[in-house]
Design a protein around this ligand. Structure first.
Ligand SMILES: NC(=O)c1ccc[n+]([C@@H]2O[C@H](COP(=O)([O-])OP(=O)(O)OC[C@H]3O[C@@H](n4cnc5c(N)ncnc54)[C@H](O)[C@@H]3O)[C@@H](O)[C@H]2O)c1
Length: 413
């Protein structure tokens, strides 16, 4: 019998290895408890369960004690074990560990249990940096990190996925549109010549689906460093006319969906933190300038975005105990993205057809109207949002913030 509830144990193991090496690790469950090499670290975790209830703090202690004993035997400066076998009340599980998904998967197939390279070999800076450590080059802050982007199949999400993959991260692309996510993952894996992206289906407004998403992440790579909660929808309408169903649809995805994401992401990140105290992880909500200032005939959207900033501030206060930073990024209009530029249902076409922009005769007129509202005279781009993401991840001394990226259109008060 094999233990398969990897979301309980893989993040603890990932944290332990990261804490010991001070560099990033991927943990791949092998599933086949029979194929255990003699070099594997073996840990009996049965005492961490009472019936169905799992005491993750106790499991973390058992794992830490076993690892410390291994270090005492082998010397703390020596290389790390690349394989661990755990025993639970519902069977054994074996995990393979390496610096990236390709290498860990290869070990799980070939059974290569040779030790891991010691020390900080695959990241530009110490992960658990001393306060006041020097800033690193922005994009390198996500190199080798395991990241998740919801709504990653198109629009801002796609831009973020592409930016993170190009910076060396392993990206889970989670979207309602699984076909779109798979196509993007295929393209990136081919261009990056490694497993740079994995597509996963999710509906962020459905709790079971969100829970399954984090289970898939733990089953595939053992844990997570950065969650970008980007999936969002817009249904603009007058408060005097909007159907309740449309209001609820927008709120369920933009507001409740963010709560569900943080609930299940936070549980996983807390588990990693049990064995890697001090290691900072990030949850970033892609909010909007409409989360900072009202939006005419667009109340469901602006209300959900305002509300989500309240969630960001509250969750940040609670999760700081586990070194989880929670922040929002509030972009201006992505005028080149599909929401605005789609030739059939994009906002430029809609606004032209409904006469929302006075005097506009062409799509270019509508665009010029919105560009003129921005002091910097252009729409927001994926690169603008990426710079903010790198800043938030790099800035370890900030949480609970909503950062405008609006070309000066909306300013903080
Ligand atoms: N486009 C803009 O001008 C703009 C400006 C500021 C903020 N934003 C915010 O950026 C985010 C992305 O917006 P966009 O314009 O790129 O959107 P988009 O419509 O181009 O893409 C959204 C993606 O999310 C996915 N999605 C929708 N509902 C989902 C659900 N329930 N579960 C999982 N995935 C779902 C879609 O399949 C799609 O791939 C949103 O949160 C939005 O509010 C957009």
């Amino acid at each position: 019998m094999s233990f398969t509830d990897h979301i309980l144990t893989a993040p603890l193991i990932r944290g332990l290895w990261i804490n010991a090496a001070k560099c990033l690790r991927v943990v791949v469950p092998a599933g086949d408890a029979a194929a255990v090499p003699p070099q594997a670290l073996t840990v009996d975790l049965r005492a961490a369960w009472t019936g169905d209830s799992f005491d993750e703090a106790w499991a973390a202690k058992l794992l830490r004690d076993a690892y410390t004993a291994w270090e005492a035997k082998n010397g703390a400066a020596s290389a790390q074990p690349s394989c661990i076998r755990i025993t639970t009340p519902s069977g054994d599980a074996v995990y393979w560990i390496d610096r990236d998904l390709d290498s860990a998967k290869k070990r799980s197939v070939t059974g290569d249990a040779s030790p891991l390279e010691p020390g900080n070999t695959n990241t530009a800076d110490s992960l658990i940096a001393a306060p006041g450590a020097s800033a690193v080059n922005r994009s390198s802050v996500v190199k080798n990190k395991i990241v998740l982007v919801t709504g990653g199949a198109q629009g801002f999400g796609e831009e973020i996925v592409r930016g993170l993959a190009a910076s060396g991260a392993l990206v889970f692309i989670a979207d309602l549109n699984l076909g779109g996510a798979e196509k993007l993952a295929e393209t990136l894996n081919a261009s990056e010549k490694r497993i740079a992206a994995v597509a996963v289906p999710v509906n962020v407004s459905n709790e079971a689906s969100v829970e399954a998403l984090f289970k898939t992440i733990a089953d595939t790579a053992g844990g997570l460093d950065l969650c970008v909660s980007n999936a969002g929808v817009l249904k603009a309408a007058s408060v005097l006319e909007q159907e309740e169903a449309a209001f609820k649809f927008v709120t369920d995805i933009n507001y409740t969906g963010f709560f569900l994401m943080v609930k299940h992401c936070g549980r996983l990140l807390r588990r990693q933190n049990r064995t890697a105290p001090g290691w900072k992880t990030d949850i970033i909500q892609i909010n909007s300038k409409s989360g900072l200032e009202g939006s005419n005939k667009n109340g469901a959207y602006a209300g959900g975005k305002f509300g989500a900033i309240g969630l960001v501030e509250s969750f940040a206060l609670e999760l700081v105990e586990y070194d989880i930073k929670v922040n929002a990024i509030c972009p201006g209009n992505f005028l080149d993205g599909p929401l605005w530029s789609d030739p059939v249902k994009g906002l430029f076409v809609q606004y032209l057809n409904t006469g929302k922009v006075p005097g506009a005769r062409t799509l270019a007129d509508v665009r010029a109207f919105y560009e003129a509202k921005v002091p910097m005279k252009r729409g927001c781009t994926g690169a603008d949002v990426m710079r903010a993401i790198y800043y938030v991840v790099e800035q370890e001394y900030e949480t609970g913030q909503a950062i405008p990226v609006t070309g000066g259109q909306v300013m903080l008060h």
